[in-house]
Design a protein around this ligand. Sequence first.
Ligand code: ADP
Length: 281
Amino acid sequence: MTATLIDGKELAGILRREVANRIAASAITPGLATVLVGDDPASGIYVASKRRLSVAAGIRDHHRHLPSDVTQGELERVVDELNSDAEVDGILVQLPLPAHLDTAAVIARIDPDKDVDGLTEVSAGRLALNRPGLQPCTPSGVIRLLDWVGVDIKGTRAVVVGRSDLVGRPQAQLLLARDATVTVCHRYTTDLASVTRTADILVVAAGVPRLVGAQHIKPGAAVIDVGIHRTDDGLCGDVDFDAARQVAGFVTPVPGGVGPMTIASLLQNTVTAAELHRRRR
Ligand code: ADP
């Protein structure tokens, strides 16, 4: 069996156009503040694409670039200013922050209603209790991919490999909210393959190149690869793509699978936050 490829680039393009249409059809100009600390090249490139695609969709750019030696107090003051700025609907602090900064304290400072990355305790709590709120971008992008290719999540067995705040944990919550039976694996899981082989939906976010091979996959499963790694032979994910496509029913490529969905979800969250803020005023 050769798996159907899930083209995240295509769906992300469709979703970004939807966002642009939503903005054009309303009187609202949403504002997104990206906060970049220091000069890490990868973070710089990532923030630049978030800003470029936001502006292309009609979102106003309120970028802040702070020096790598910014103090905790100065960074928190910037977050406070953005919290009280009525033109700013979404705040995204690009991670990782330099080691001298307390990331948790910075995230905790963000107004949960502007938390377009869905990382504050309030956002995580809303998600855990299945209440409306802003949800982390990568896992919500994964759900959209599954919906788009017609995988009916309800009643399936879903396995998430990884339990990070950014991906694994919220991914498990989102699948649970859609009535999947969810198992979460992590670095202390014994016999990973025996667990992942039960999955109709397998989401891999472990940060380990090609961790998942053919022996981990139930025939016909939907396999979603959140990992991305630069190796000597190019980019690869947490899933051995060539092996997976022989067994799976659906599989995401790397690059061009989950990656583009993260930014598309960010734009959607920014518009959702803006609509909420305007309704309140
Ligand atoms: P990401 O940002 O992709 O979520 P993190 O490095 O923050 O990556 O988290 C990696 C997660 O993957 C952790 O929860 C960890 O327990 C899990 N993990 C790492 N290695 C393995 C492994 N060999 N098997 C299963 N889970 C793993």
